[in-house]
Design a protein around this ligand. Sequence first.
Ligand SMILES: NC(=O)c1ccc[n+]([C@@H]2O[C@H](COP(=O)([O-])OP(=O)(O)OC[C@H]3O[C@@H](n4cnc5c(N)ncnc54)[C@H](OP(=O)(O)O)[C@@H]3O)[C@@H](O)[C@H]2O)c1
Length: 235
Amino acid sequence: MALRLHARRNLPLRDEPLELVELPSKPLAPNEIRVRVHAIGVNPVDWKMRRGGPLRFAYRFVGPRGPLVVGVDFAGEVTELGSEVTTLEKGTRVVGGTNFSRKQHGSYADEVIVRPDQCAILPDGVTYERAACLPVPGVTAWTALTKLSRVSSTPGAKVLVLGASGGVGLATLRLAKMFGAQAFGVCSARNIAVVEAHGATAIDYGKGDSLEASALRPTTNTKASRGSPSRSWWR
Ligand SMILES: NC(=O)c1ccc[n+]([C@@H]2O[C@H](COP(=O)([O-])OP(=O)(O)OC[C@H]3O[C@@H](n4cnc5c(N)ncnc54)[C@H](OP(=O)(O)O)[C@@H]3O)[C@@H](O)[C@H]2O)c1
């Protein structure tokens, strides 16, 4: 069966528009599953991959052959299982992300082929559209709090999240709360209610120095940078 995919030619010109192409359906390896995509998430990594730079460079070496199919995040329904897969069933609703270093095409497609460890089972009541927004921003937030800052293992940690009302920022606030940290979220005046609804003390970036306002001081030399919440943490 042919897939219809939004994809790019192998070596496109910079910022060439996406185009719709058909690719042949690939057979599954024993440890893979096929997922019919119902919704995708669109993230900065998608346009960064289209534009070039280190990610694109890496893709050329380790990515799959054929057209570059962009996109990472997806939510959908399992339609086929490789012979070794025992943890999922046909029809299971899942959310996850593709991985080009495993020779997988991206998620802007009718279907994706991934491994079960790249998916989480979607609880009833969570729509595909909502779920598809989560994987990349969620993993980014998780990495910032667990690996880069170790907020997750620091009792009484205080976290200052820049860009708190954005995709990564809201996920960071939720996780920080789950880890028992006290979260401060920097956002615009129009998003104060959103940030506070996620359990943080909101700081309006239009009202002067956000660090001053939070009454915190960095314990590392890490610099705060606008729109990069994963690089900014305080204890
Ligand atoms: N999304 C991802 O999957 C992902 C993954 C890895 C890294 N990143 C990086 O993380 C950063 C945020 O990405 P995102 O997807 O969360 O972006 P986003 O959803 O567009 O959110 C942007 C955030 O920046 C805030 N902001 C805008 N102007 C500002 C200003 N002048 N001063 C302070 N804050 C300002 C916005 O606040 P208001 O809306 O309230 O103005 C909003 O909270 C980007 O640098 C992105 O490249 C993103």
